[in-house]
Design a protein around this ligand. Structure first.
Ligand SMILES: NC(=O)c1ccc[n+]([C@@H]2O[C@H](COP(=O)([O-])OP(=O)(O)OC[C@H]3O[C@@H](n4cnc5c(N)ncnc54)[C@H](O)[C@@H]3O)[C@@H](O)[C@H]2O)c1
Length: 347
């Protein structure tokens, strides 16, 4: 069965979805929608598809089975409810929505409709992230001790001015953590498991006129007894790769933008030397460190959208479903709460 895709929201990330869909066997881009018709037309110049300015019209088509939701983050709940009621499968960009309350609206809508929900976190599909997850599953780290995520990125003042929704609480939901760092926060929880308590500080020090943080530091205690930190910023020039460290009693690994940069275990396997030989290779997914998209490659999206299409075909959950997409937002909300109150937040 061919999965017909629609894209709702034809801004910066939409071509990454369109390019991915066109490369996936058994998937086809059927139509796109944007309230700004010019944005939709620009997308279809390169990726031919029908254009709608009202996404409801796009949903009327029987040859559309799934939609990529690429509208601003805090606009997804209402649109997803309509998409689910129309019987469409939904692949939402990250973060799934800007609060767990709004995410729950989406979860409820897809549950009622019986459709599939996925949340884009493309870095989970990287070789590095997959290797780390496998090593954790196989107990190679021993007892997990520390899990850290560092997102020391740069976004210019012009970036925040490039869209009315950027840097707003209502539609961006947050700053360096909720928009940019959410990728690494997601991977950290995927590796380390649930967080029990959070202490944090946030600040706005490198930009003007935005409602969200461009600097955040959090101290985490995981349920498994391990600890960790998250440091996120969009005020650091020139921006450094998204960096995650996983340390255990029997081994340590470091990944940057999905590529392994350190890999050592007390009990080595024959494949480990070969893995270390790949350290010099650049990230296959690119990086959003200094600029949102100019260095981002579509390979991560291609892998994730392919998994999503196969999940629909095989009637199974996608690798990152709605519940999985919720975890990172829930933790970021807890970090914001801890920063506001100055206390310890228990999840
Ligand atoms: N996975 C990644 O690495 C990645 C990278 C960039 C952006 N994103 C996410 O993608 C989403 C969009 O970001 P962007 O940078 O493309 O934003 P953008 O502002 O460039 O594009 C958003 C588009 O949505 C359109 N839109 C708004 N309301 C609409 C509606 N009701 N119907 C149809 N279209 C509507 C706007 O006109 C605009 O063209 C955000 O949630 C962001 O977090 C993810």
């Amino acid at each position: 069965m061919e999965i017909g895709f629609g894209i709702i929201g034809c801004g910066a990330i939409a071509p990454v979805h369109a390019q991915s869909i066109t490369e996936i066997p058994g998937a086809r881009l059927v139509a796109v929608s944007d309230v700004v018709e010019r944005n939709a037309r620009m997308l279809t110049e390169r990726y031919p598809a029908e254009v709608y300015t009202d996404y409801r019209r796009l949903l009327e088509r029987d040859d559309i089975h799934a939609v990529s939701l690429c509208v601003p983050s805090g606009m997804r709940a209402e649109i997803a409810e309509v998409c689910a009621a129309a019987g469409k499968h939904i692949l939402a960009e990250k973060p799934l929505e800007v609060s767990s309350e709004r995410i729950d609206r989406i979860l409820k809508a897809v549950e009622k409709a019986g459709t599939t929900l996925g949340c884009i976190f493309q870095y989970r599909f990287s070789e590095g992230a997959q290797q780390v997850r496998k090593a954790i599953d196989n107990g190679r780290f021993g007892r997990l001790v520390l899990g850290d995520a560092y997102i020391k990125w740069y976004r210019s003042q012009e970036y925040y001015q490039s869209g009315a929704w950027r840097g707003t609480r209502k539609l961006d939901g947050g700053g360096a953590l909720m928009n940019q760092g959410v990728h690494q926060v997601d991977q950290l929880i995927w590796f380390m498991g649930k967080v029990r308590t959070v202490q944090a500080r946030t600040a706005l020090i490198g930009h003007e006129g935005i409602e969200v943080e461009d600097l955040a530091c959090a101290l985490l205690a995981f349920e498994n007894g391990a600890m960790g930190v998250i440091e996120a910023s969009t005020a650091i020039w020139p921006g450094h790769p998204g960096h995650i460290e996983i340390h255990g009693t029997d081994g340590s690994a470091v990944i940057e933008d999905g590529a392994l940069r350190f890999w050592k275990f007390q009990h080595e396997l024959s494949e480990d030397e070969q893995i270390r030989a790949s350290f010099d290779k650049p990230s296959e997914f690119g990086t959003g460190a200094g600029d949102p998209l100019s260095n981002l490659r579509h390979e991560g999206h291609r892998r994730q959208i392919e998994d999503f299409a196969l999940a629909i075909r095989d009637n199974r959950p996608p690798m990152i479903d709605g519940e999985e997409g919720r975890h990172a937002v829930e933790l970021i909300e807890a970090i914001y709460r801890a920063a506001r109150t100055g206390g310890t937040v228990v999840l």
